[in-house]
Design a protein around this ligand. Sequence first.
Ligand code: ASP
Length: 469
Amino acid sequence: MQRTLIKNISPLVGSEVLVQGWIDVRRDQGKMVFLDLRDYTGKIQGVVLPNHTEALDVAQKLRTEWVVEVTAQVNERPEKNIKADVVNGDVELEILSIQVLNEAETPAFDISTDGLEVGETVRMEYKYLDQRRARIQRNMRTRHRVIKYIRDYLDKESFTEVETPLLTNPTPEGARSYLVPSRIYPGSFYALPQSPQQYKQLLMVGGLEKYFQIARCMRDEDTRGDRQPEFTQLDIEMSFATKEEVRSLNESLLIALISSLFPEKRIQTVPFPVITYKESMEKYGNDRPDLREDKNDPNLLSFAWIVDFPFFEKTGEENLDGTGEWTFTHNPFSKAQDKYKEDLLKKENVGEIIAEQYDITLNGFEIGGGSIREHNADALRKVFEIMGYSDERIDGNFGHMLKALKSGCPPHGGIAWGLDRLLMILLNEPNIREVIAFPKTGEGKDLLMESPSPAPEKTLKELKISINK
Ligand code: ASP
């Protein structure tokens, strides 16, 4: 007999089915045993009646989370037992035989709840159990649907998804890069990308014109609240596009995505308001204002564009890329607005220079940011000079970009969304770890795989690395 998925059972009243899945709940009433079965499509109640003695013997040994295969007769529930508001509430399985496919130890925690009452460390340690709960299943499946929607939408808009390297050189996004030692070139390291920024710009030089990627980004940051060492961006870059065009594409995509996949949500203001950085700071005291008219409404979405950011800020302790007095606020590859071009070239009034930078915010969170890029090599060099980089360092680290800009680079710009954070808001989750299948702790630990972990002596030897304790 072929497997029947639980979601497909209810129209099969009167026939026999084979169901595979987990024991969700077991109620032993001595003479009969009630078993709720669960697969990835839903749950259904089953009962083992006294006359099926062999099945009853097995049923009495079963525990929750055991994996079973049952054959059963699909019956209508007696009128008084019908639960109209529950999937399969009108049918039940009369279980004829049970085969145990695998036993399970007693789960470390209850998976029938939303799990938010369970300690997060134990949920991370047993992530595969945590994933069985309905809320996490919903989150993983919704995440998939959102990503699929984005891919299909951008494909229709003639974008091409390109995978860019994970083993690369550092690209500055304001954090430290994770390093990967090279075995073949001892003493040399790859960096894991903080973003595909340089590659996506190089793809514009390469004539692709419309790029996107569901991109993993790795940033080695100190413990900071709701951050993960690796996270996912929707990364986009477009040639010959104005900032208005980049914004309008993203706005249309967000509106279409939300109305298709989250019809219960309401977007407060369309088109999204555009607010300058200065205005936002003056009016709201921050650059990611929460503009919702009703902050208690879980289905209200209030987007805004924040524009006209200062290009540079004074180097502080947190700014890792500035060796001089100044560092970039967002992205060194951004273009200065035209009226500040002279200042940039002369390296004057640095604090006044405004970048062609835009962020997108939602309900008080920054969910993305991007800019029109500098496609003139001399101007880009000035940016690095302003940050105090020596000629040697500029040519060493960014020579390839400067060279590429001089090889017929079209004007271009783009954006990246923090996909985890967007999903967190759309799913009304309290933090991004709830929408990531295998999240790490705030301290960067994977409690399931127990990483990071010391490398074996032999591996270190091959890499010619000795640990300085
Ligand atoms: N690369 C930038 C970031 O990761 C986004 C962009 O400017 O496109 O924030």
